[in-house]
Design a protein around this ligand. Sequence first.
Ligand SMILES: NC(=O)C1=CN([C@@H]2O[C@H](COP(=O)(O)OP(=O)(O)OC[C@H]3O[C@@H](n4cnc5c(N)ncnc54)[C@H](OP(=O)(O)O)[C@@H]3O)[C@@H](O)[C@H]2O)C=CC1
Ligand SMILES: O=C1CO[C@H](CO)[C@@H](O)[C@@H]1O
Length: 368
Amino acid sequence: MDMVNYGLIGCGMMGREHIQNINLLPQGRVSVVYDPVRDLAESAAVLAGEGGVSAPAMVADTLEDLLAFKDLDAVVIVSPNNIHVQQLRQIVQTRPLPILCEKPLYTAPADKAELDTLFKGYAHPVWVAMEYRYMPPVAALIEQAEQATGGISMLTIREHRFPFLPKIGDWNRFNENTGGTLVEKCCHFFDLMRVILKAEPQRIMASAGQNFNHVEERYDGRVPDIWDNGYVIVEFDGNRRAMLELCMFAEGSQYQEEISAVGPKGKIECLVPGPGRFWPAKLGPAPVPKLILSPRAPKGPIEMDIPVDPTLLDAGDHNGSTFYQHQRFNAVVRGQGGVEVTLSDGAKAVQMGLAAQQSAATGQVVTL
Ligand SMILES: NC(=O)C1=CN([C@@H]2O[C@H](COP(=O)(O)OP(=O)(O)OC[C@H]3O[C@@H](n4cnc5c(N)ncnc54)[C@H](OP(=O)(O)O)[C@@H]3O)[C@@H](O)[C@H]2O)C=CC1
Ligand SMILES: O=C1CO[C@H](CO)[C@@H](O)[C@@H]1O
């Protein structure tokens, strides 16, 4: 296959980021889009036509119509979190194709068993969009962590960022739609913990809550219930532990994610800036991602810039990672390489998030 024709389901903020990155692929084009809001779909169809090899995408009236479209080799699900499972079901039952599904894979604990049944023996690749592992500074940390630390004992991931953005329909204001902040936002970080430690979680304990954000907002008289801060401690096999610190009222920070891993030989860290479009121009250029190696002996931290290709920075909010994810998924659809972020990875990240939500709500440690 020389060209992969994509169908895009959901044309909101992240849908546009997917289109911009597919537009950069020599062997990819968005051929058809669907969104319940026609204007969004039409605008996304025009954006799809701005890729070098593309004409504007067709606009489907329904998901059924999108799945009936002839020039379709793969679908990308970018709808709100709580809709992913029903759309996966519809795709599998009506037009089985390769799928790239946005995170979180599911939101309700009961969905897991259905997904296991649905995808048993599925003939096409399914990839879950947890792309943070491809951010260049994170990828450098993953690659060098073993050598720098001598085997990680402690891993800390800190995200200090802006509050949840407004969404059409305000779906992200309520846990019932998102799965809860520790699922919606933090599945990325639970995935990173498993990838960086190359291990499985055993026990989770968390403290989290809603201290400031969205408390003045009202939707049909309801106050949003999404948490804006928390700590999560995860115990892994081999006497290793990881911690997540999330703060969503810290957009004044220079770096958005700070990851550190420490072992008997030393420490490795990476610093990752948030979306460049939020960096005030008056402060000069946006911060550059960094990797820092701090051996125990001889002492002397070594700091390196890990810049991201400006074209990729312009194509989204995630430090180029959406492009690297699409490059790999595109190759898999064309029969080259294998799925790197599997349904199992997607499910495990959600299970960790749900366990963290439960731990914070009950004050109990949750065993996985
Ligand atoms: N991997 C990552 O780094 C990121 C992933 N995401 C994920 O991407 C997904 C979309 O988030 P985001 O783009 O921020 O949200 P938006 O609200 O901006 O976009 C979601 C779009 O999906 C549309 N939609 C609603 N119902 C359906 C449906 N049944 N079928 C198709 N489209 C539908 C919405 O339209 P309307 O509501 O108007 O009907 C809206 O246009 C979420 O799963 C989110 O978690 C988001 C940001 C980053
Ligand atoms: O998954 C996500 C990653 O980044 C987004 C911001 O750009 C988040 O809001 C979203 O929840």
